[in-house]
Design a protein around this ligand. Structure first.
Ligand code: CAA
Length: 384
């Protein structure tokens, strides 16, 4: 049975920060942000949106009546959960008017959890032919104003429907994965901003990719020349290059050119929105599918998922016939182009207004507010 990603969609808020302006405000060289780190813009979240509404807004773009009848599970991956007990998936179920006779669950392991969700979805469909699973990976990457991680913030959600006979890509049964307790990034239960040892996290990411690549090749008898491209978790776009450069010498000269071209294709959306944590690797996949003109049905893409703390997985997907007709390239590009640019001062106001239990802004963009799900705020500590 072929199982995989039948549909995919991305949602990010309507507000964006230019990172050249941020660099100037912080007294940094703009080239450090745009070249050294590889980020041009960053999504900014207004306080009438949260991980639930972003996730529901992404899913609303792809769900049909047919999906509604076939979805048995909503798996919600996030490390920006809205409650320490209750799953954000319950709110998603309500917003999308899904059946009550389904499973709803939230999963967490830093940026890796979206991949766990996808693998669970694949396994569920394998034992329940004809049924579908809605996977949502939604996060707000917050490091704090004037921190070294600030340039790598971002936000958004990727939604995917996993089914039999998928229209976009089948998920191959070739995963290798690893886990190791490391203190490279964490967020204490009472904090809204992550704590991070940025250089350690970059080193562990690179090391886990290399270890898993060796293991993957050995287990699956595949070589780098057999992949049309790589989609990496992109906490910042330079990270993907740092990882891939470690194994590039294994490829022929022609293949090196193709992989480099397709790496650039996979980085384009992330350059514009920043880190999505759980959704980032799937935004990278969507970007690759949207911008690489050389991909063909039947070709394999390698996917590397990393979550600090740390856990990583490497696997492949195979492109399905006609996949290009189901990739929302133009819709995603248009959404990014239409965003409103904020000044650094406005971004700082938005950033501070995101706090738990803060009041909800009532005077923001009427167009955004009328077309998408909105977060209404808190009452007695409960998300409304
Ligand atoms: N022109 C061009 N390049 C410049 C430059 C200039 N004027 N000035 C500096 N650079 C380059 C540096 O040479 C460096 O390049 P290399 O990494 O290739 O050597 C790059 O810009 C960054 O410079 P620094 O390392 O000095 O920057 P920094 O100390 O401010 O830290 C960071 C950068 C580690 C990414 C930091 O932003 C951070 O901690 N981010 C959050 C953590 C993170 O994203 N970790 C990634 C792996 S963890 C993960 O993947 C999970 C997750 O999502 C968090």
């Amino acid at each position: 049975m072929t199982i995989g990603i039948d549909k995919i969609a991305f949602y990010t808020p309507n507000y964006v920060l230019d990172l050249v302006a941020l660099a100037k405000a912080r007294g940094d060289e703009p080239d450090k942000y745009t070249i050294g780190i590889g980020q041009d813009h960053q999504a900014v979240v207004p306080n009438f949106e949260d991980v639930v509404t972003m996730g529901a807004n992404a899913a609303a773009k792809i769900i049909t009546h047919e999906d509604r009848d076939a979805i048995d599970e909503v798996i919600f991956a996030t490390e920006s959960g809205i409650d320490n007990s209750k799953s954000g998936a319950l709110y998603i179920q309500q917003l999308l008017q899904l059946s009550e006779f389904i499973r709803t669950i939230e999963v967490k392991q830093a940026c890796y959890a979206g991949t766990y969700a996808l693998m669970q979805a694949r396994d569920y469909v394998a034992t329940h032919p004809g049924r579908r699973v809605l996977v949502i990976a939604s996060d707000i990457a917050r490091y704090g104003l004037e921190t070294s991680g600030e340039v790598t913030q971002g936000a958004g959600a990727v939604a995917m429907i996993v089914s039999e006979n998928p229209k976009i890509a089948s998920i191959n049964n070739d995963s290798v994965y690893m886990s190791r307790q490391v203190s490279d990034f964490w967020r204490p239960i009472d904090r809204e901003e992550a704590l991070v040892d940025g250089h350690l996290s970059t080193a562990i990411y690179k090391e886990m990719f290399l270890l898993l690549w060796q293991r993957y090749k050995q287990q699956n008898h595949l070589q780098i020349n057999q992949f049309a491209g790589f989609a990496f978790h992109l906490p910042y776009t330079k990270m993907g290059k740092k990882a891939l450069d470690q194994i590039m010498s294994e490829a022929t000269a022609q293949q090196q050119q193709r992989l480099a071209l397709n790496l650039t294709a996979s980085q384009r959306f992330s350059r514009e929105v920043g880190n999505l944590y759980t959704g980032s690797v799937y935004l990278s996949l969507l970007s690759l599918l949207s911008h690489a003109a050389n991909l063909k049905a039947g070709e394999k893409l390698a996917i590397f998922s990393y979550g600090s703390g740390a856990e990583a997985e490497l696997y492949s997907v195979t492109l399905q016939p006609g996949f290009e007709n189901y990739v929302p390239a133009k819709l995603t590009q248009d959404m990014l182009l239409k965003r409103q640019t904020l000044s650094v001062g406005e971004y700082e106001v938005f950033f501070k207004a995101q706090h738990f239990n803060s009041h909800i802004d009532t005077k923001t963009d009427a167009i955004t507010r009328s077309k998408t799900f909105q977060f209404l705020g808190w009452q007695d500590g409960e998300r409304l």
